[in-house]
Design a protein around this ligand. Sequence first.
Ligand code: SF4
Ligand code: SF4
Length: 408
Amino acid sequence: MNDHDRPELEDEPNMPSRRSFLRTAAVGAAVVGLGGTALAAPGPTAGKPKPFSLKEGDDAHTGMLYRAIPACKIRISEISCNPAGDEPLRRMVALGCNYFHKVDGCGTPEFRQSLDWSKLYCDVVIDNTGKQEAIDEFERKRKNTGVDVIDFFKIHSKLTKPEQLKTVTSIFDAFETLRDQGKTRWLATSLHDGGPEMVDACIEDGRFKMIQFPFNPAGANDAWKALVKKAQAAGIAIIAMKSMAGGPSKWAESEAAKAVLQHYFDQGASPAVAMLRWILAQPGVTSIVPDSPNVKIAEENCSAAGAKLTAWEHEGIERFAAAMSGIWCRSCRTCEGSCQAGLPIPDLLRYRMYAKDYGNVAGARKLYADLDESRRAGACTGCGQCEKACPYGLHVRDFLADAHRRLS
Ligand code: SF4
Ligand code: SF4
């Protein structure tokens, strides 16, 4: 594998010709212990060097398809890696996954050390917006990762209003400093909040090469689909997260959704794989970062790549999406202006989902505790104005009461 297998932009400043490990003493010792362990399966870019192409293709002959990010002139796998254990991630790399989201949380240091990073791409997310704090966070995560160049510096859901793209300059200064030092390459953002206006503003902004936000059959209305196409036209990657619409625990909140899934996926077919295929069929989606907590789910997720939805599956997923409408918050924030108490309603509903549907009770409680008491669900007066404002008919009051019970 040579560096020219990975097409580079010619005008990148100070970019090292290839990536190497930092080889701290601790990691170096681990490498010796591994005895040079490497994946036996072909890597994601194995084979002859290919010129950069916009057309999706099975570059590694594993069945995984790769899609272009024109703004970066790179190609990443349709299914990407999320933080998980070594074994599912090792399997995903063997099946062709070549992108790591939150790479510092992906597997053990020994696992990360065992990978050939000249064939892979990765990001770290940055939660701090102050310049030095953001640089310190980036450096801490880069060292923990053991890779000397992190491809994407991903601003993590801290900018939620379009005007902040102009006013919070410190985070952009941090990125430019690190990029000029050759430690990162491109700017990205992960948006949990802000709704379509924020995604649109990030596309229009021109600095972001990758935008990640919740995108699944339950939440992807025409406005979201139009934004994905707009990003594609601008050469920007769209990474879909929250692809399972909360997963089985969330689906079970809707009797109608349960009935649809039983009807359409009663012969052992996986609704999860169908959802991934549905997302990949939306024009402009570059990749998905589904949770892959074990090898079986990792393999199932990867099986979604390169395969088309059947007409039956498509109908099932569309009907499932309609059935989920009243329980899936799209983070559109339409309701917030109507709340006299000023509650961050979509955030509260999302924290509830982390606890109830993802099983991350401690993480959700931490997020909840970080809110001022006046912004927690306990401050809801029960006036119901948010439910009148919500275009999707969510029973916000019930969900907030449940959130407060779970998270207090
Ligand atoms: S019911 Fe609660 S969350 Fe909804 S508008 Fe009233 S105070 Fe706000
Ligand atoms: S509760 Fe309804 S209006 Fe409020 S953010 Fe969620 S989907 Fe939008």
